[in-house]
Design a protein around this ligand. Sequence first.
Ligand SMILES: [Zn+2]
Length: 529
Amino acid sequence: MLTVGSFAVLGVAAAQQSAVTHFDGNSWWSHVKFLADDLLEGRDTGSEGLRKAQAYAVEQFKKAGLEPAGSDGFYQPVSFMQYELDESKSSLALVSNGETKTLSFADDAFFSTRATHESVKVTAPLVFVGYGLKIPENNLDELAGQDIKGKIVVYLAGSPSDIPTALASHYQTAGERWKSLKAAGVIGVVAIMNPASMDIPWARISANRNHPSMDLAGAEFNETPGQQLGVTFNPAAAESLFAGSGHTFVEIAALGKDRKPLPHFALAVSLKAEARVITSKVQSANVVGKLRGSMPGLQGEYVVLSAHIDHVGIGAPINGDKIYNGAMDDGSGSAAVMDIAASLKAHPETLQRSVIFLLVTAEEKGLLGSKYFAEHPTVPVQTIVADINMDMFLPIVPLKILRIQGIQESDLGSSAAKIAESMGIKPIADPEPLRNAFIRSDQYSFIKKGIPAVKVDVGFELGTPEQQIFKDWLTNRYHAPSDDVNQPVDLQAAATYEEFTRRLLISTVNDAAKPQWKSDSFFRRYAAD
Ligand SMILES: [Zn+2]
């Protein structure tokens, strides 16, 4: 794999270099180095480290000549509730025929405080509901005909293959999934991770299970009202759930791997759960800057360029390192926002619409900073015409392919594809729909407000050596302390990516027509008429 500074030897990327005029990778990398320094302690929401990162971003925005566009200068304060489990006073067990088998939080299953906001003590029967999805557009209702009122449902994370990617992603959000479960009277949810789509090994997920979760303060932001508990189950221990049911987890996982339809049936075990949840308040902020457009009539419209500046902070040590630096996640995108702002000062362009440069907080807590911004934007929501989001775009191989989340959904997706092609880069849709990437970053907060959005990443094709490089990156570095500045990064790929993003931004800002959802896009429904 390439290391930092070695891009000069790259044949293919060097050929593309002729197209690059505004970026060299070095200024981007210097921002990444600042954000991912151990001094910033992983930039957890509400932490001193994140405040340092934000102060740095404000300085960069000022240098780039941006105007403050928050509600308090460049800042938009956001309030959170924090939820932390006291494991010593909590327990999980499976009960069958009067026998109780205690589960290990480390090895079997743990409470998700994202879905368990209050202390709870409950025993309830379990029902397996396949993927747990109700998708009217595809006549899929995995809850139909099942007796699940007052019960806890168990589902395998994933979706059947005949559901279009974006639609499947949308219905797998906690809020959408809960709507139909709540309507059916379900009280809690057990999610079995899908072994075919786990980015992070169980050991690392489990080691950080007690990191506090957060939600936006205010009942209106609770997407799972009435849900008493949420539990995450280790697939390697999931066989115990199916004992006596006439089915095995081996059978379920094999179907789930190929995204085949799953059976639905009552399980022979009940779940006995006791959770002690400690709540507290946390303050953080989004950082917002503005570059004013010059065209009367269009300058009152905004294109948002976004990334998240928070990461997950300090966690369970791995190889003696407990700082989860988040160099790529999402130091990379935040650095690109600052770098592109600077490039527009160094090499000004005529901009007809205005640009919002947005660095959100609490993405890692569930897209919360962007959700708050989308609910309370600092410019009128109907004047936001597009969001171009950057999150962990992974310049770890030469840039020959760009994966465009949302490529088929809107004119913005089409322009992104066109601009990539004009630079000799192949645009592709997501080749790994099971990873649900379309709903896993901040663009989704804008999509839900009807605003066309894309997230673009350095890509690969299935079955190529690059696929293995990305897979290894996720296994070893994603949400691990080794996502730091000591990893190999291809600065030329980063520079080309920034050039692509700058071109997409300028073309969206200057296109006389604002981007529209495609007539057959599912997400069109969110757009105001
Ligand atoms: Zn992340």
